[in-house]
Design a protein around this ligand. Structure first.
Ligand code: ADP
Length: 212
């Protein structure tokens, strides 16, 4: 995560206040052999960024608080691994009927389909199942592998990806969920799930670091 870069003089001021606070601007300037007016912008920056607190007639003191990050930096720091949910997976030979039951039972909008080696082979969305239900098929006889979106057309992400990358994939492909995968030799093991709900939760958590 990147933090605001402090210049040499700002770092010096921070050290002086850490060691001597509360201390007035005048006294800080004196220690640096500079005019009070010269360091005024630096004190303003350090105070606004949250490094220093200022009290009238007392002076500056070290806040001890973590400097506030920009929203942009907070967003870049958000990783898939920190926001992912548990994946719900079913086997390829499961019937469409059972897949629908599974979707209700697990309360998810997307199911991931795996083969006998437990590798990702497909994705089933709510509308995939609805469309098939409307088609007059025998849902008990039809296996999900017939109707699922299959590899290599599956969009996925990995734990170490940023949440921004995952969100962008969902928007670009107009899909609601991504499997989080780990490469295992030839195959992709499903280890998690990122949905639009996770992105919304991440969006809300930005409010924890910033006064919004
Ligand atoms: P819904 O169909 O309920 O609106 P989606 O928008 O997620 O849900 O799905 C739209 C289509 O995209 C479906 O046919 C689904 O199989 C497919 N799909 C969903 N997620 C993915 C994914 N991660 N990769 C590839 N295709 C997907």
């Amino acid at each position: 995560m990147t933090q605001m870069e402090l210049n040499k003089r700002q770092t010096d001021i921070l050290e002086i206040v850490k060691g001597n606070g509360p201390i007035t601007g005048e006294q800080i300037a004196e220690r640096l052999g500079l005019a009070r007016a010269t360091i005024r912008p630096d004190l303003a920056i350090l105070t606004m960024a949250g490094y220093l607190d200022a009290r009238p007639r007392v002076g500056y003191f070290y806040s001890g608080k973590k400097p506030v990050q920009s929203v942009e930096d907070s967003m870049i720091g958000m990783k898939v691994r920190d926001f992912q949910s548990m994946p719900v997976v079913i086997a390829e030979h499961i019937s469409v009927y059972d897949a629908i039951c599974q979707m209700f039972l697990e309360d998810v909008g997307t199911l991931f389909v795996i083969d006998d080696s437990l590798f990702l082979t497909g994705v089933l969305s709510r509308k995939d199942l609805l469309r098939t239900s409307l088609g007059g098929n025998d849902l008990n006889k039809m296996p999900v592998h017939v109707i699922m979106t299959r590899m290599p057309n599956i969009t996925y992400c990995e734990k170490q990806d940023t949440l921004i990358q995952a969100a962008k994939k969902m928007i670009d492909k107009q899909i609601d969920a991504l499997p989080v995968i780990e490469r295992k030799g030839e195959g992709l093991a499903v280890v998690g799930r990122i949905t639009k709900t996770n992105i919304t939760a991440a969006f809300l958590s930005l409010g924890d670091d910033h006064e919004l």
